[in-house]
Ligand binder design. Structure first.
Ligand SMILES: *[C@@H]1O[C@H](CO)[C@@H](O)[C@H](O)[C@H]1NC(C)=O
Ligand SMILES: *[C@@H]1O[C@H](CO)[C@@H](O)[C@H](O)[C@H]1NC(C)=O
Ligand SMILES: *[C@@H]1O[C@H](CO)[C@@H](O)[C@H](O)[C@H]1NC(C)=O
Ligand SMILES: *[C@@H]1O[C@H](CO)[C@@H](O)[C@H](O)[C@H]1NC(C)=O
Ligand SMILES: *[C@@H]1O[C@H](CO)[C@@H](O)[C@H](O)[C@H]1NC(C)=O
Ligand SMILES: *[C@@H]1O[C@H](CO)[C@@H](O)[C@H](O)[C@H]1NC(C)=O
Length: 580
């Protein structure tokens, strides 16, 4: 009993600190060690400007939308623990700028036979008359997956706080040829020229992963199309399908229902067995309700992914306020479940990205939304600085644990690139790891050392290396976590991708958003993205450093480098926003 007063004091301090930071304290939390760990000073990995719930587990982003001046993000959440749970619900947050957020009460919780065992992922569609509707997956009383409809209780509430489940739920049950526990994640619906709504659902049947299409006139009575919209073998269930048009030769976004000669279509699938988000540019044949990708899935590193690091279950929406399409993706942890329990949280969302079709028409470009630039604070710039082979330059004067950095490198003649005998045989991830072993090259490796300790024992190298083949040039982009932390119990996989570059390419850009335990990198203007999670022991808070380096034998020039310390985003509960 002697310790009781001290314990009580700690609990009170904990409550004060956490309420100041907008963290909801849970009342049954009386384990002192646990509480001490959660004091912000001892939370070096909790992010400052990425979206995170106040506590506990988060996975997929759900139903992102813009509605009457407000951005909404719902997300898969275990309200009871920092681990995935038997009960997953829809948490809900709103924002005016996609960066600062207000957490609201949960939007969807298990309540009826059609969702009594969880409310899983889904999407929003804005119906005529500006009426938002959500289709989501319910885990029903038999633990089967069914699709349900929910609409706002009070359409005049600008935050759409409360949602009402439709009396005809479930509106879709597993059709024949679909496993009843692999039928989930309805997409945003689109409106065909015949006036009917269409939606696709992720599914599986044996070895076949597929998305199946449903049609409806009233959004309540849905009819399944007997032929799959898209199917692949040996990929597991096609989770979280996202289907949308993109303009040809424009960075503008376009409403999900647009279908004409100005657009092409993109289908994104989160393949469960691969744990990655793959996308396909192609042709939507509306009469036949089929999607024909320009390039088929190969199951190799040639397939296009939104991100070659950690990024899954993503979802996009058309932001009609700014005429752009915005992409959200879930980034999970790379530490252990026990670490997550001790941290009291797990899971991040990336900084929302604007997406559009590259001029080539072959791939998408992604770029952090412009609003993140409002957090830019103190700036450091470097221009026209030559980086000899083997040199390292510190970018000092910024908060290296919380920074946005953009570098433009001038390249030497590409003929000086490393020779690659057979690019079709290359596994970029392996090449990135090999590169690390040899530690040198011709043009590159050059790039950034993020979240590095002063002595460089801890560092995450994000870099490029240029290769040439008999008829083209290639750029390898890597994020090397192998030296990211002195801690042993972490997933330190090195990520990489390789892409074609123009034979006349004179410069290449790298933009990296660093935030405590996440490093999001955008190569060559957003052609290739890699997100990683790192947990340094030394390179935290004021002991984190940022460097530019060149380990190639050829020198490169920093044409322009700008780095900004980032302010903390205001993320908190309604009536209790954290004003950092
Ligand atoms: C609906 O929301 C509006 C705006 O917040 C509010 O004035 C009104 O009282 C709400 N109606 C109901 C029935 O809650
Ligand atoms: C549902 O839609 C189908 C196909 O359009 C139609 O045949 C059926 O009558 C509809 N059912 C109800 C209850 O409206
Ligand atoms: C396609 O639809 C968009 C959006 O409605 C419109 O701006 C564009 O002009 C259309 N293009 C054609 C060729 O009709
Ligand atoms: C989550 O993290 C683990 C460990 O790093 C990784 O193996 C797994 O692929 C990740 N899952 C997703 C969906 O990113
Ligand atoms: C975009 O425009 C450029 C030049 O006008 C053209 O070469 C290119 O083919 C266009 N892209 C697509 C996907 O049509
Ligand atoms: C750069 O080269 C040095 C010297 O060989 C090596 O110690 C270092 O690890 C290399 N850095 C990277 C990021 O490859």
């Amino acid at each position: 009993m002697k310790n009781f007063a001290a314990q009580l004091l700690l609990v009170i301090i904990y409550f004060l600190i956490n309420s100041r930071n907008g963290i909801e304290a849970s009342t049954h939390d009386n384990n002192i060690d646990h509480i001490k760990y959660r004091i912000p000073e001892e939370q070096p990995y909790r992010t400052s400007y990425h979206f995170q719930p106040p506590q506990n587990w988060m996975n997929d982003p759900n139903a992102p939308m813009y509605y009457k001046g407000v951005y909404h993000l719902f997300y898969q959440h275990n309200p009871y623990a920092a681990t995935f749970g038997d009960i997953i619900i829809w948490a809900h947050s709103v924002s005016y700028d996609l960066i600062n957020w207000i957490h609201l009460n949960n939007a969807l919780e298990p309540s009826d036979s059609f969702d009594i065992n969880s409310c899983w992922s889904g999407s929003a569609t804005i119906l005529p008359g500006e009426k938002p509707a959500i289709l989501y997956t319910g885990i029903d009383q038999n633990k089967h997956q069914v699709q349900n409809l929910a609409i706002p209780k009070n359409i005049s509430d600008p935050f759409l706080r409360e949602w009402q489940k439709h009396p005809q739920n479930p509106v879709m049950t597993p059709p024949s040829g679909v496993e009843e526990n692999n039928f989930r994640d309805p997409s945003t619906a689109w409106h065909g020229k015949d006036g009917k709504w269409r939606v696709i659902i992720g599914a599986q049947n044996g070895d076949e992963g597929k998305t199946i299409l449903y049609q409806s006139e009233d959004f309540v009575n849905w009819t399944v199309n007997p032929n799959p919209f898209f199917a692949t073998d040996n990929t597991g269930v096609c989770e979280c399908p996202d289907f949308f048009p993109v303009y040809i030769n424009s960075t503008n976004g376009v409403d999900t229902s647009v279908e004409n000669s100005s657009v092409r279509h993109v289908l994104k699938i989160s393949y469960l067995t691969k744990q990655h988000d793959y996308y396909f540019v192609g042709r939507y044949v509306s009469g036949q309700e089929k999607f024909n990708p320009d390039v088929t899935f190969t199951g190799t590193s040639k397939d296009l992914r939104y991100d070659y690091g950690k990024f899954y279950a993503s979802k996009s929406f058309f932001d009609y306020a700014k005429n752009r399409r915005i992409l959200w993706g879930w980034v999970n942890e790379s530490d252990t479940t026990q670490d997550d329990i001790e941290k009291g949280w797990a899971g991040l969302q990336t900084i929302p990205r604007q997406v559009w079709l590259d001029k080539s028409g072959k791939r998408l470009i992604q770029w952090p939304i412009e609003e993140v630039e409002n957090l830019r604070n103190k700036q450091i710039s470097i221009t026209g600085k030559k980086l000899e082979g083997g040199s390292t330059l510190e970018i000092s004067g910024i908060t290296a644990s919380q920074v946005d950095v953009e570098v433009l490198f001038d390249l030497p003649e590409l003929e000086n690139g490393e020779w690659l005998e057979d690019p079709s045989e290359v596994d970029p991830q392996l090449l990135c790891s090999k590169q690390y072993e040899s530690r040198s090259g011709k043009i590159g490796p050059f790039g950034l050392l993020a979240l590095a300790s002063k002595d460089l024992t801890e560092q995450t190298a994000v870099f490029f290396q240029i290769y040439r083949t008999s008829n083209r040039y290639l750029c390898l982009m890597c994020s090397d976590q192998s030296r990211s932390s002195l801690r042993q119990d972490l997933d330190k996989t090195t990520y990489g991708t390789i892409f074609d570059i123009d034979s006349n390419l004179k410069t290449i850009s790298l933009r990296t958003l660093i935030d405590k335990s996440i490093i999001e990198s955008f190569g060559d203007g957003g052609k290739a993205c890699i997100t990683s999670r790192v947990y340094p022991l030394l390179a935290i808070e004021k002991d984190a450093h940022l460097y530019v380096f060149n380990n190639g034998s050829q020198s490169v020039v920093i044409s322009q480098l700008d780095a900004w310390s980032m302010k903390q985003a205001e993320i908190g509960h309604e009536g209790n926003i954290n004003c950092a």
